[in-house]
Design a protein around this ligand. Sequence first.
Ligand code: CTP
Ligand code: MG
Length: 245
Amino acid sequence: SIFPVIIPAAGIGSRVAAATAKQYVSIGGKTILEHTVQIFLSHNQIGKIIVMLHPEDYTFTTLSIANHPQVMAVIGGCERVDSVLQGLRCIVNFQDPTQFVLVHDAARPCVNAQDITRLIERCTAIAPSDNVCGAILACPVTDTIKKAASTKISSGHSQHFSIIDNTIERSLLWHAQTPQMFRMNELIHAIETGLAKGTKLSDEASAMENCGKSVLLVEGPSSNIKITKPSDIALATFYLSAINK
Ligand code: CTP
Ligand code: MG
């Protein structure tokens, strides 16, 4: 089957702090958003691509992907979760809401087609008796993780330092990535429930978890980074040239 994908690209990229929003930073002559959309356009199990845009985005329409028949632009919201919800509310007007949808950050241009395929395979293989609602790409944590105490200590020159409270057991920790894949109606319900309760929802899986649902972790590569800080541009440039094409 063919699945739609929602690509949240309505952020301003404050941490990258480039001249444009980070999705419009160029890598190898193509914007980050074009790299990301291109991967999904080339994937034969992906149908409609709904790109969520900032209300004052005047760049998207200048890109050639804007005219592709599979690509649709929709205005996003204040937070990432609001953008995803707007996208979902739009797709259910023309797609079966009981079907799966993928959500993938515009800021993750280094995702591989094979990993998208594995995620789709795992989701479509879920049996009703599994009690699992969907899956996400994720990568096991390799660093030793420290939890800081809530109070900082003051040292000389009025500097404040965090101190370690304890070390978190790492063997069960994963970095959540995207794509994340769930059924449209279940995801809309989970996000609306979370927003009504005022819960912070930094990804789709967290909305499902808060509703008591089980989500599969599908191991993806550490190269599937989210461009977040200025140094991530160089890293993405390397991964895009070395891995993808
Ligand atoms: N995003 C979105 N709508 C928002 C905020 C974010 O669609 N209101 C998108 C971003 O464009 C990005 C993805 O969600 O592709 C992940 O968010 P993040 O990395 O936080 O991007 P920004 O919010 O743009 O960056 P920053 O938080 O540094 O400002
Ligand atoms: Mg953000």
